[in-house]
Design a protein around this ligand. Sequence first.
Ligand code: ADP
Ligand code: MG
Length: 229
Amino acid sequence: MDRVKTYIEGLDTILSGGIPENQVVLLTGTSGTGKTILSSQYMYNGAMKNQPGVYLSFEEPASMIRENMKEFGMDFAKLEHAKKFAFMKYEPYRIEDINEMLESTIREIGARRVVIDSVSALGLHIRDQAALRELIFKLSITLRNLNCTTIMVSEIVQGKSPRLSRYGVEEFVADGVIVLYYERFQSTFNRGIQVWKLRGSSHSMKIHPYVIDKKGITVNPEDDMFIRT
Ligand SMILES: Nc1ncnc2c1ncn2[C@@H]1O[C@H](COP(=O)(O)OP(=O)(O)O)[C@@H](O)[C@H]1O
Ligand SMILES: [Mg+2]
């Protein structure tokens, strides 16, 4: 099986080499766990190695991501000029056209990597649950047909019975699921990352600690995160 490497330190190790090619992986976690940073690193690292990518953001505007990611040494503007990367503009009132718009942007730059950040925010534009499910499903088909390897972000709400996804459909559409944890122990919060599912592949069964610092996200593939039970 061919793998698409994230080139994020430690992450490819716990994924047994990377994300299986052409798959859709759901990246889920509560607000502030680093989903946008991880997704940006996946895009940036790929584009730097000649694997162009398209980033579809329903949350922050492109200008904000461009600016925030400079903090971690990622210069997206440069990659955009070189046509190795594109932030996709979307228009909420034309949400039904999102599939065609995404397809043409992917073809334009020959994208192999795609990020959808987030399907939860996409849901704000479509009130009808059935229509939303159908759209998410269609998006995943389009992405597989175009040979893209995709990170689909889903923001979950902190709660007593946490679920993997907001709408309860995202995990069925996805071939793989990666979960980001943010857990309190005494007076500090610890970050942890887990590969929940990876279709057709082995993967680590542990929750691994990760840090966010000036290099972005770094995963420790050796250790377990300590979670109080
Ligand atoms: N320069 C930095 N150094 C360390 N941590 C940072 C830095 N910038 C942001 N963070 C951490 O990353 C979090 C935001 O990450 P982000 O990817 O936007 O989260 P999400 O998309 O999951 O809501 C912040 O809450 C903060 O904890
Ligand atoms: Mg985000």
